[in-house]
Design a protein around this ligand. Sequence first.
Ligand SMILES: C[S@@+](CC[C@H](N)C(=O)[O-])C[C@H]1O[C@@H](n2cnc3c(N)ncnc32)[C@H](O)[C@@H]1O
Length: 264
Amino acid sequence: MSSTYFFDNAWPEERARIAALEAALDPGTRALLEARAPAAGWRCLEIGAGGGSIASWLAGHEGVHVLATDIQTSFVEPLAHDRLEVRAHDITGEGLPPDTFDLVHVRWMLFWLAPDARDAALRQIVPAMRPGGWLLAEEPDFLPMLSSPAIPEPLRSVNAAHVALIEKLSGQVDPRYGSTLLRDLAEHGLIDLSSAGRTHVIRPGDPATGSNWLGLALGRVRQPLVDSGACTDAEFDRAVEQFDDPATTMLFPLTMAVWGRRPA
Ligand SMILES: C[S@@+](CC[C@H](N)C(=O)[O-])C[C@H]1O[C@@H](n2cnc3c(N)ncnc32)[C@H](O)[C@@H]1O
């Protein structure tokens, strides 16, 4: 099964876009993972590792071994060391070692897949977990970022058109997937499920709030948006001004974190 992930590591701004995503999400992810206290001897799997910040942080725990996978490994490869193994791997298609991982983490990746590909991915992931082992999946729901009446026009329309365009070009991304993630994990047999969502206000010029992430993503689709008639150059410029205005209140997409355990 193939992946039609929209963003390409070869795009010059992609490392910065991923770094901006990490800056916004890593503190919350680290707190959730730390609560399970990764211990010496654990084998962890980081799927769709991206820039590798979480894989690298996990492998910084004494005696913890991490396998970091992605269809594009160029950002994470330089981080490899004796306890951080990097592998080019498509989670929808290729097997993983069975009954192996004490902890599996995946973030902002499953929502890129069509339902059948997501199903295939979960059919790889669950048997690879050690019986009794844990999965932490964190997937977005973009609704709070798109729908708030506090977002001025044309920023609201331009941003909605940006998400709709990526949906169309990738052909399968589900920007609301975070809301149905727990149901899918239950259907794949995980137990002891729990969930928690987090978001925050995006503040212009504050990288920890994801401002660069959205700014870079918008810049990436400017020309296709204008070419397709979704907005004019003037509307796009005005939307960027509004985005950079500290008076604008816009929420980062909701990240739904779901914990589940493979039955022992
Ligand atoms: C939005 S980025 C998130 C990166 C990282 N998980 C994070 O949260 O910082 C999505 C990542 O998933 C990877 N990806 C997309 N489809 C994949 C697939 N089928 N198998 C493995 N990785 C995939 C992409 O290459 C990209 O690095």
